[in-house]
Ligand binder design. Structure first.
Ligand code: CO
Length: 217
């Protein structure tokens, strides 16, 4: 067995001991239920760990991560997490957190095939296409990359806002705010993109994405 593998098992024992030293009920009080106020949708990147970034303890954040923190409306994995978070756990906030230097975004901005992931990052290329003119007008390569990371994150917040699950929650009057953040790996700080939506009124009446829930529920 590798040293690393042994080390992580040992780390677990040490972590448990350190938590119990501060609070003997730390784990037992979590066993029956969870009531996290937040759903985090982030990138799978190992450098952007949801709990650590926001100082959340076990029980405080429900987490979904995939490559480039995408909200794809036909992704059953994302939809199942979102439905459970909104309709069962009744989270009050959802944060889509992108990060500067995202490899998925970088790959989507180029033409090199990177394998099966081409089909996942195709969704990022679709959001690139919406913004192609603005993105390609930015001359500095790093600046262009950073701005597109932000735009892609905003696009995922918009995708979330028009999802059937979020729209229905808002129509029922449920308290739910969705936000977009971008994390900077080399500082540890997040930037709030100030794209927060809290109600169905954020979706224009003439939007083709707007859903009416007039049928009997
Ligand atoms: Co990433």
């Amino acid at each position: 067995m590798s040293d690393f593998y042994q080390k992580i098992l040992e780390n677990n024992r040490k972590w448990v001991a350190s938590k119990l030293a501060l609070d003997p009920h730390f784990f037992t009080k979590l066993k029956d239920t969870q009531k996290p106020p937040l759903l985090w949708i982030g990138c799978s990147d190992s450098r952007v760990p949801a709990n650590e970034v926001i100082g959340a303890l076990p029980g405080e954040v429900f987490v979904h991560r995939n490559i480039a923190n995408m909200v794809i409306h036909s992704d059953m994995n994302m939809l199942s997490v979102l439905d459970y978070a909104v309709n069962i756990l009744k989270v009050k906030h959802i944060i889509v957190c992108g990060h500067y230097g995202c490899g998925g975004i970088k790959a989507a901005m180029g033409n090199t095939s990177v394998g099966i992931i081409d089909n996942w990052i195709r969704h990022i290329k679709d959001s690139y296409r919406f913004r192609k003119h603005d993105i390609e007008a930015i001359e500095d390569e790093k600046e262009r990359f950073d701005r597109f990371v932000e735009w892609n994150t905003k696009q995922q917040v918009l995708n979330l806002s028009v999802s059937s699950i979020v729209q229905q929650a808002w129509c029922k009057g449920q308290e739910l705010s969705i936000h977009g953040w971008v994390y900077r790996i080399d500082t540890g700080l997040v930037k709030d993109l100030e794209i927060t939506f809290s109600s169905h009124e954020n979706i224009r009446n003439n939007s083709i994405y707007k859903l009416d829930f007039e049928y009997a529920v």
